[in-house]
Design a protein around this ligand. Structure first.
Ligand code: NAP
Length: 525
């Protein structure tokens, strides 16, 4: 598939209005052809107008039509998977095999959302029939279903350039809900973004949908992102990236004359609590497993386990030695972008300045943006004194916390801000301490893992990739898994409607055969 560097606004290929950029090979620092067009608020205006024009017809596609469209995207991703993985690898320095896995995961997500659409349960069809004889007051017929928010803006993430990017879960769940998508491509992987954008655009055309169902824009600086969040026709936003960027966009959206929902996924250290019996029984294995996970994808994963807390005692030294051994054996590896590499260097220095001792380091950096793996250690009391030690270091670094006793462990747990996940390593004798920790973790995380490590994430019906601030800006929702679709839906109640005017999901006799709550009883008539 040809990459020509144009913006994809509906069916149009749009040339640069704000200059061009080139992708960088992070392994060498060299520019990669071709130049990519940069746009600004004019391109956002055109994409938003088209998305708005597309909304009514796209929102009214039948469940089968919409599911088929999502499956076409999945087939298109499968067809270009080797080429997509190669281009993404060139632009990010991530291994081709890992990116082939991401491409397969993306295609699977589109198929999973196609199944969700066919099942129709996302509509949450609810019928409270009329009760004309009810005393003291008759009840009118009320029917509720969920409909799509409207056109949405999606910011592609840098760190998973396929499965959290143009063809990631945000796009799949927004399209499944019935929302046209304007995708703001991340400048870290413009070629891979264009390939995925072309696949989606082709599926739009082959499905006979309005061209405005999907557009891909790109810009330099903040203009394009701000224009997207400000645009009156944009009805929702999703974002994965830094806390600073996410909160700037979130606040901006709340200052609009008509504030809109913004779902940001920002930062998490995914703490691991190793309880004493588990530490004594298998400290070495826990240390090894933790470091292995921590180092995956050069530590540039939102679910990277970054902080391990253990009460000093039998097994501690063995665990520490195993953590250090993995880190020392790791060569420095290329990070995603110069900006991310620079932020990593700054944050590593911050941990040192805050008093964390550097106890192990991997091979030294050779290339321009290679990240050296580092393990730090600190006393629990110091951690309590300085909450900045609980902040994310995005990259291959971890912090081991030597905790004095159970009370100190509980106190540190209370200090953590919101997290995507937390892990407990426990044995039978740890149950009573685990029971004390559990309510603290429930209040602070979206996912609690026992005796495994938090990465990687399953994409399924029960998946939650969310959590209290600052893990996300809205702890009620997930950005991964089938319920991610709920971010893009809102309820509408239809009262006293004749059957012919009702949406299909709410008509007499359940013509779609979907799950429906009738007078409080769930059934699939
Ligand atoms: P980022 O700087 O937050 O940027 C993400 C996207 O948002 C980019 O497309 C960026 O556009 C746009 N953007 C950011 N701030 C904006 C603003 N104020 N106005 C308009 N648009 C804005 O994230 P990143 O480039 O992926 O990486 C930077 C840092 O983010 C990393 O070092 C890491 O700390 C963090 N990060 C965390 C996770 C996680 O899952 N925890 C994932 C990725 C990144 P431009 O590129 O055009 O500026």
């Amino acid at each position: 598939m040809q990459i020509n560097g144009k913006l994809l606004i509906g069916a149009q290929e749009v040339s640069a209005t704000k200059g061009t950029m080139k992708a960088l090979d992070p392994a060498t620092g060299e520019a990669i052809e071709p130049p990519f067009a940069l746009g600004g608020s004019d391109e956002v205006e055109r994409a938003a107008q088209l998305a708005d024009e597309a909304f009514d017809s796209y929102n009214r596609t039948t469940l089968a039509e919409r599911a088929q469209f999502l499956e076409r995207i999945a087939d298109g991703l499968d067809a270009i998977a080797p080429e997509l993985a190669r281009r993404a690898s060139l632009e990010t320095g991530l291994p081709v095999a890992q990116l082939e896995g991401e491409a397969a995961k993306s295609a699977t997500q589109f198929r999973q959302f196609a199944a969700v659409v066919r099942q129709g349960r996302f509509r949450q069809a609810t019928i409270d029939p009329a009760q004309p004889d009810r005393a003291p007051r008759a009840r009118m017929d009320h029917r509720m279903q969920k409909i799509a928010l409207g056109p949405v803006a999606i910011f592609g993430a840098s760190n998973f350039p396929i499965s959290y990017s143009v063809a990631g879960g945000d796009t799949a769940s927004a399209l499944a809900a019935g929302c046209p998508v304007i995708l703001k491509a991340h400048n870290g992987h413009p070629g891979a973004s264009e390939l995925m954008g072309r696949v989606i655009r082709q599926a739009v055309a082959e499905s006979g949908l309005h061209e405005g169902v999907f557009s891909l824009v790109r810009g330099g600086g903040n203009e394009i992102g701000e224009a997207l969040v400000d645009h009156p026709l944009v009805r929702g936003v999703t974002f994965t990236g830094s806390e600073a960027g996410g909160m700037a966009l979130y606040r901006r959206a709340q200052l609009r004359p008509d504030p809109i929902p913004v779902f940001t996924e920002m930062t998490s250290v995914n703490p691991t609590f190793v309880l004493p019996a588990a530490l004594a029984a298998r400290g070495h294995a826990i240390g090894d497993g933790f470091s292995e996970r921590m180092l995956v994808t050069v530590g540039q994963a939102c679910l990277k386990p970054a902080i391990l807390l253990a009460i000093d005692g039998p097994g501690y030294d063995g665990m520490k030695a195993a953590m250090a051994a993995r880190v020392e054996a790791m060569a420095a590896r290329t990070m995603l972008t110069p900006g991310i590499h620079e932020a990593y260097r700054r944050n590593v220095a911050r941990l040192g300045d805050a008093g964390a001792a550097r106890i192990a380091a991997g091979g030294a950096s050779q290339g321009p943006w290679e990240g050296q793996s580092i393990l730090f250690e600190i006393e629990g009391a110091r951690m309590l004194d300085d909450p900045s030690l609980s902040e994310e270091v995005f990259g291959p670094a971890a912090l081991l916390v030597r905790v004095a006793d159970a009370e100190q462990l509980i106190a540190i747990a209370k200090q953590f801000r919101g997290q995507l996940s937390a892990t407990m390593q426990i044995d039978h004798a740890d149950l009573s301490l685990a029971e004390r920790l559990l309510p603290l973790l429930e209040r602070r995380t979206g996912r609690i893992v026992v005796n495994a490590f938090s990465h990687p994430q399953e994409v399924s019906h029960a998946s939650i990739h969310g959590g209290p601030f600052p893990a996300t800006s809205d702890s009620r929702f997930t950005s991964v898994g089938m319920t991610a679709i709920e971010r893009f839906l809102r309820p509408v109640c239809y009262q006293g409607f004749p059957d012919a005017l009702l949406p299909e999901a709410l008509r007499q006799g359940n013509p779609l055969g979907i799950w429906c709550l009738t007078d409080g009883e769930l059934s699939k008539a």
